[in-house]
Write a protein that binds this ligand. Structure first.
Ligand SMILES: Nc1ccn([C@@H]2O[C@H](COP(=O)(O)OP(=O)(O)OP(=O)(O)O)[C@@H](O)[C@H]2O)c(=O)n1
Ligand SMILES: C[C@](O)(CO)[C@H](O)COP(=O)(O)O
Length: 269
């Protein structure tokens, strides 16, 4: 069944939280929020997680969403090296919601690895979430956790692709145009993948360990954790994502996010 035709889960079901458990939920669920990126494409000269949205840093919106979802037994935030401000944002959630902070690396994959190392004892499942997807609704977190509890070792939320996607190669006549089309993908099979991506912690750690032995160019082309799981032969399940779970990458994304916040989307999620 296409993901977009699946029913939207009842938001009340998230109140069950991690203790409710299921066949595959013996231990806790850690949420690793990766927030160590520099925000080069946004171009505001400050780490993206610190950029204000509706007057509060992106990271605060992301943490509000994680906490409201009720799925986390432990929250780990991965921060840029040398940060002094985002650590204060995290400290503001204590004592009700203690946030564990660690320093990230030069790539998203390195930052995720640092977060996984801090997942702590008694954790079965981990959700890896981009701080840049700071408006993700709680029902997306719940949907990922439900699939893990039903027995999946890897789960991604996704939405159908609305553009026609083509592969390209370098053109032999750059005077006319730099690239030519090499093929057109069947759109009905394509999904735009979001975060939080959920995993059985041991399996994701094993995939990261395997990836650390790869050649640099292969490792650099990995843009999400699910791709590491795919590369080691794991089955990755897909559950519904949300359009408002956009990744704030460029100025136009920030403008859209400002509009969503000022129209009360967070309160509705
Ligand atoms: N070394 C890195 C790079 C990225 N991220 C995180 O991974 C998520 C997705 O990355 P992206 O949106 O590309 O963020 P930036 O790396 O900050 O953006 P840019 O590439 O424009 O610099 C973000 O929450 C970002 O903070 C991270 O923790 N560590
Ligand atoms: C993980 C991700 O958000 C899934 O869509 C995406 O791959 C991150 O890409 P980025 O280039 O590191 O922002």
């Amino acid at each position: 069944m296409p993901t977009h035709q699946q029913p939207r889960p009842d938001p009340q079901s998230r109140a069950a939280g991690p203790a409710a458990g299921g066949p595959a939920a013996a231990g806790g669920t850690a949420v690793v929020v990766v927030a160590a990126g520099s925000g080069t494409r946004l171009g505001l000269g400050i780490p993206k997680a610190l950029v204000p949205l509706g007057g509060r840093p992106l990271l605060a919106h992301a943490l509000d969403g994680v906490i409201a979802s009720g799925v986390a037994t432990r929250i780990v935030v991965v921060l840029p090296p040398g940060d002094t401000e985002l650590v204060g944002v995290c400290a503001g959630y204590a004592p009700a919601h203690p946030i564990h902070t660690v320093t990230g690396g030069a790539s998203r994959t390195a930052s995720v690895r640092a977060g996984l190392d801090a997942a702590g004892p008694g954790i079965d499942h981990v959700l890896v979430h981009d701080a840049a997807r700071c408006l993700t609704p709680g029902w997306v977190f719940s949907g990922v956790v439900e699939a893990l509890r039903a027995g999946a070792d890897a789960v991604v939320p996704a939405v159908p692709v609305v553009d026609t996607i083509k592969s390209v190669v370098a053109s032999a006549s750059p005077r006319i145009g730099p690239e030519i089309v090499a093929g057109t993908h069947e759109r009905s099979t394509l999904r735009a993948v979001q975060t939080p991506q959920g995993f059985r912690l041991g399996r994701l750690l094993a995939a990261h360990a395997e990836a650390s032995t790869w050649e640099a160019d292969r490792a650099v082309s990995v843009t999400d954790d699910a791709a590491l799981m795919e590369a080691v032969g794991e089955t990755v399940y897909v559950v519904p994502g949300a359009p408002e779970s956009l990744k704030i990458t460029t100025r136009i994304d920030l403008l859209l996010a400002e509009t969503l916040v000022s129209n009360g989307y967070e309160e509705q999620s």
